[in-house]
Design a protein around this ligand. Structure first.
Ligand code: NAD
Length: 490
């Protein structure tokens, strides 16, 4: 681990079979957290079973009313202290993202930076929960107000574990909720214990936050625990469908942020060199393990040859290896199962006739930046989310065809459109069925101030960021008041 000036967050008292639920307690099980680049065990943390999740939810529901009734400026101040602590412990947390998550250092540092902004944004929202007073002629007053949901369950993935956890955690706490987080077993320290330790240091009252590493069973417990009012889930569409169904059955609000197969569209009037740089970033950053990754490159036929040449050249120059010991652009794939999945989709797609212009085959745990040309809409690599460093490229001949091809997917997360005419880009963006679209940029964009989310199989309409959080993490109440007692004909 790199040295930091601040005392270490993760000493043996935290890493030895413990999890955070009413203090640092023994997990029901133990979970080895591995370094994907080497296979080494970095630590053993506690893991929760369903019973431990239920117990955490009970503790959280007892702690929530006082937290929800606290002065919102106190909640804001606490979130800002947490932001300062993240900055103070930046190097140590980023190091864990590199070793446990397989991130290259700039990605890890960027992730900590956005996490800090999520806290600052949520702090600014904390005092802004509002209501309305609606008077009636007979002296009755209707009072409407947004109130906390109660206990919010958060289920996180491993790929951007800090940002994707914090974008729910910070606004949920800001709005006065207690939180039980079931963090991903691939990244329990960087994407779980970071939150627990920082909020502990910041002085969050006992019981308001619980961080429980665990598997699908522990996550599923959040969807049935009676005291949980909302589940915020970020992960695959397949798991999201199950979480959504269970939340429906148990009448819980649910925010689902799921998979993607985002189109990156390059028009014939675009700056092709810039487009190939953006396209490479959108497909290869963090080994393509990003929900918003540029999963389908749609390039006008007139510029396709130039684009492919430039994209393949960029891909071929991206070094792959252990980001903890070498200066690389791509680190390891998160785990052997994911590596197998990426390899199989790529080899199947090549078997279906795709042409390999760069990469194409990896040696576990490393998969090189891969460019696939001659793609057709029926190929696996075109239809399925790969979650690996792969840029499949298809051509089109006019804007209508580009729009039709881009919309030909069940997903609807993000889009990118490269053109020298922003107005034309906006027109195309307006025809795409995606929650987000970026003109003259690639598909991977996130900003704590703006509502993030997808359409179709990429989500159920939940939105995180900016003022959307005021609605997402609160619920309405209606209270009436009469100056004189009501009487009725009965
Ligand atoms: P995953 O669905 O396998 O796991 C995500 C989390 O859900 C983990 O914590 C896991 O333990 C838990 N989980 C799995 N099955 C569950 C169940 N039945 N009930 C409750 N919890 C369950 O996803 P992953 O492979 O870790 O992450 C990659 C996927 O996440 C990709 O599809 C990616 O596109 C998506 N993702 C989406 C966003 C977004 O904002 N839309 C962001 C990041 C990742």
């Amino acid at each position: 681990m790199a040295t930091t000036t601040a005392p270490a967050l993760f000493g043996p008292e935290v890493l030895d079979g413990k999890l955070f639920s009413g203090g640092w307690v023994d997990g029901k099980g133990r979970l080895a957290t591995l370094e994907p680049a080497t296979g080494d065990t970095l630590a053993e943390v506690g893991s929760a079973d369903a019973d431990q999740v239920f117990e955490a939810v009970r503790i959280a529901s007892r702690a929530q009313p006082a937290w929800g009734a606290a002065d919102p400026y106190e909640r804001a101040a606490l979130l800002l202290r947490a932001a300062a602590l993240f900055d103070e412990h930046r190097a140590e947390i980023a190091d864990w993202l590199v070793r446990e998550g397989g991130a290259i250092p700039p990605k890890a540092d960027f992730e900590v930076g956005v996490t800090i902004k999520e806290l600052q944004e949520a702090a600014a929202l904390a005092p802004r929960t509002r209501g309305e007073v609606v008077p009636e002629p007979d002296g009755k007053i209707n009072i409407t107000m947004r109130v906390p949901i109660g206990v919010v369950g958060i289920i996180t993935p491993w790929n951007f574990p800090l940002i994707l956890g914090m974008r729910s955690l910070a606004p949920a706490l800001a709005m006065g909720n207690a939180v039980v987080m079931k963090c991903d077993p691939n990244t329990p320290v960087s994407g779980g214990f970071s939150f627990a330790r920082i909020f502990e240091e910041a002085g969050l009252p006992d019981g308001v936050l619980h961080v429980l590493p665990g598997g699908a069973d522990a996550g599923a417990a959040l969807t049935v625990a009676p005291q949980v009012g909302m589940v915020s889930f970020t992960g695959s569409t397949a798991a999201g469908r199950k979480v959504g169904a269970a939340c429906g059955e148990n009448l819980k609000r649910v925010a689902l942020e799921l998979g993607g197969k985002s189109a990156f569209i390059v028009l014939e009037d675009a700056d092709i060199d810039a487009a190939s740089s953006s396209g490479a970033w959108g497909s290869f950053l963090h080994q393509g393990q990003i929900c918003m990754a540029s999963g389908r490159h749609l390039v006008h036929e007139k510029v396709a040859a130039e684009y492919l040449e430039k994209l393949a050249a960029r891909a071929a120059h991206l070094p792959v290896g252990n980001p903890n010991t070498e200066q690389v652009a791509l680190g390891p794939i998160i785990n052997p199962g994911q590596f197998e999945k990426v390899s199989k989709i790529v080899s199947d797609t090549i078997g279906q006739g795709a042409q390999v212009l760069a990469g194409g085959e990896g040696k576990a745990p490393f998969f090189p930046a891969t460019v696939l040309a001659e793609m057709t809409p029926d190929m696996r690599g075109w239809r399925e989310e790969i979650f690996g460093p792969v840029a499949p490229v298809m051509t089109f001949s006019d804007d209508d065809e580009a729009i039709a091809l881009a919309n030909d997917t069940e997903y609807g997360l993000s889009a990118g459109i490269f053109t020298s005419s922003p107005a034309r880009g906006r027109q195309i963006a307006g025809s795409l069925r995606t929650g987000m679209a970026h003109i003259n940029d690639q598909t991977v964009n996130d900003d704590p101030r703006t509502p993030f989310g997808g359409m179709g199989a990429s989500g159920n309409g939940g939105r995180f960021g900016g003022d959307a959080n005021l609605d997402e993490f609160t619920q309405w109440r209606w209270i009436t008041e009469r100056s004189t007692p009501a009487t009725y004909p009965f």
